[in-house]
Design a protein around this ligand. Sequence first.
Ligand code: KG4
Ligand code: ZN
Length: 338
Amino acid sequence: MNILGIESSCDETAAAVVVDGRHVLSSVVTSQVDVHALFGGVVPEIAAREHLKVIDEIVQQALDTAKLTMDDIDAIAVTQGPGLIGALLVGVAYAKGLALSSGKPLVPVDHVEAHIHGALLGVDTAAQAIYPCLALVVSGGHCNLYVMESPTKLTLVGHSIDDACGECFDKVAKLLGLSYPGGPKIERLAQGGHPEAVPMPKMIAQKSRIEFSYSGLKTYMVNLLHKEQQMSDERKRDICAAFQDAAFDQIVRKLVSALEQYPHMKSVLIAGGVSANQRFREHMQRAIKIPQYFPALKYCSDNAAMIAAYGYHQFKQGAQPAHGRWDAYSRAHRPTAH
Ligand code: KG4
Ligand code: ZN
């Protein structure tokens, strides 16, 4: 089944064609990062206007790269939220129009849950024992932990009670004079640093609480960097290395205790922008003893292949999406559940 995915929730406009939720025929992503760099963060109104400029071309490119036309597409999956409302509106309105004009069904998809499917692109899920699993999304806006019984049956069992992990990376990067998005720049600087050279706080030490918190670490970093305005490059590298280890330590500890609470889990899926970090992957691989799946680097940050993949599972199953109705935007026939 060929699914066309469309994504416009933040500052990336993306379209992709994915077969059976797994084989990516095309994945086109264009980033607005240079436009927003001037402002030190994403400006919602500008993001919406930039999506509008390119969305038609990006969708066409995705179809062309896949060597398909709309006639070959079985359904259109579009990010319906969460995200910047004006930015989402562009993708949803475009997808609605395309669904109406082509007569194809439209599947509204949750962006955060879709990230998880990025970790399974290219994986032969039929042959490998994946479910039930724990699924962790660590992105700019969320730090969510789910128990996943099947591709579409997810229960949120933990989340950040304040800032998200990626958001904390971006804020600390800004304090260090690094441009948005800060995560990859902190990772690069940290490579030459000594994490043990800078003491860091330990967040949410209680084992039983499966929740995440980054506002304490952020405040600690604000105070630390305020005191250290004249920093050598070496000190900067040490601070970045210590900061990222502290940020990851919390996630690893929480996952280890979640696995004690849910001992029947067969695997762990880890996705979202922060999952691109190699140090994070090393920490996880050292601490978690059951199989782990991370997305290929190009599917860690926002893309439409993950939207198409999740859309495929929802469409095939005929499941009612959590935050919308199948026929919300399209009059096309919905398949019966099987
Ligand atoms: O998933 P994503 O692309 O967008 C959202 O849905 O939020 O995540 C973006 C976030 C940003 O905060 C960015 O700084 C962070 O992911 N990020 C990283 C790395 N690459 C991206 N954080 C740490 N290390 C990285 N290598
Ligand atoms: Zn995202």
